[in-house]
Design a protein around this ligand. Structure first.
Ligand SMILES: [Zn+2]
Length: 309
């Protein structure tokens, strides 16, 4: 069987992927971000058309279960923009579900059933499938909810071979997550740690990379010059010490106040138009090619298993 990348419009061969932004949201709603809902199709269309025109060929729709996602409209967005969109399934950290007791109460088996069916059969009553499983953790000790989400993500990876993305808060202990996945038999080369550049300790990042995981860098579009310079320095250093094959790049703008179409800034075109040229200037075209085109394939591509119903 050939390796594929599972997009919302069906499986594609890895060579079709092109420059890939590993983290954005077309639709999102959470009690943790008030007045920042992303819920307007026309506005998303405008913003993701900008993303496409700024040089990206695809992105990962990173909104998991229960956060105002809309796989049907994401499929429409893929048709209207021609972007290769991979959609996540899985669960975010507990705090996002404070107003959804029915989700907070799901047990391990229910989570596994839901996640695996979204990968193998498709999102509720549609043929559009998930191509990545996401799981979120906070900064304090893992809650029961987060533990069962991690377990379900590990199970889904072992069962279907799709990649795992982990949302980390600034002070989350990522080694605990990697330890857990390792104990479950997950290959850490299929795990990506998102928002890794909110951690500024290069030593910590190197220790995570040495274990084989990918790091998602996505703090660049925050319009903070100090952060931006720090970010470029961090990026250059990780490349210089030999980890360019484990870095992915995305925007995670994730809120109205950052989307031009909703009246915010800098908009999804910022990365391609403004930040990537700066990244090239501190490294090289070939490093960017590695990060934007090759690493996403290596992380995402999998061999679909035969499904026994
Ligand atoms: Zn996000």
């Amino acid at each position: 069987m050939m390796r594929v990348i599972r997009t919302i419009l069906g499986d594609i061969s890895p060579e079709e992927l092109g420059a890939f932004n590993y983290h954005e949201h077309a639709f999102q709603r959470t009690p943790l971000l008030l007045n920042e809902d992303l819920d307007d199709y026309e506005k998303s269309l405008q913003e993701f058309t900008d993303l496409k025109n700024s040089g990206f060929n695809g992105y990962l729709e990173s909104t998991p279960i229960g956060l105002g996602r809309n796989p049907e409209l994401v499929a429409q967005l893929a048709k209207d923009t021609n972007l290769k969109i991979v959609h996540t399934t899985g669960f975010h950290k507990l705090a996002h579900y404070s107003n959804q007791p029915e989700l907070m109460e799901l047990d391990l088996n229910q989570k596994i059933d839901l996640i695996v069916s979204e990968i193998n059969q498709g999102f509720h009553s549609s043929t559009h499938k998930a191509g990545v499983v996401k799981v979120g953790i906070g900064e304090s000790e893992l809650s029961e909810f987060e533990k069962t989400s991690l377990k379900a993500a590990a199970y889904a990876n072992l069962e279907t071979d799709v990649a795992i993305m982990v949302h980390l808060d600034k002070k989350s202990d990522a080694h605990v997550v990697l330890d857990f996945f390792e104990s479950q038999g997950v290959n850490l080369a299929r795990v990506l740690l998102a928002h890794a550049d909110s951690k500024t300790e290069i030593k910590e990042l190197k220790s995570l990379l040495k274990r084989g995981a990918y790091l998602g860098l996505d703090r660049a579009a925050r319009l903070n010059e100090i952060q931006e310079i720090e970010n470029l320095k961090l990026f250059a250093e990780l490349v210089n010490v030999g980890f360019s094959k484990q870095l992915l790049f995305g925007g995670d703008l994730a809120r109205r106040s950052r989307y031009l179409s909703y009246g915010g800034r800098p908009g999804l075109k910022f990365l391609g138009e403004k930040f990537i040229p700066k990244m090239i200037s501190v490294t090289s075209e070939s490093v960017l090619e590695q990060m934007l085109k090759k690493n996403p394939i290596n992380w995402l591509a999998f061999t679909p298993r035969e499904i026994h119903v």
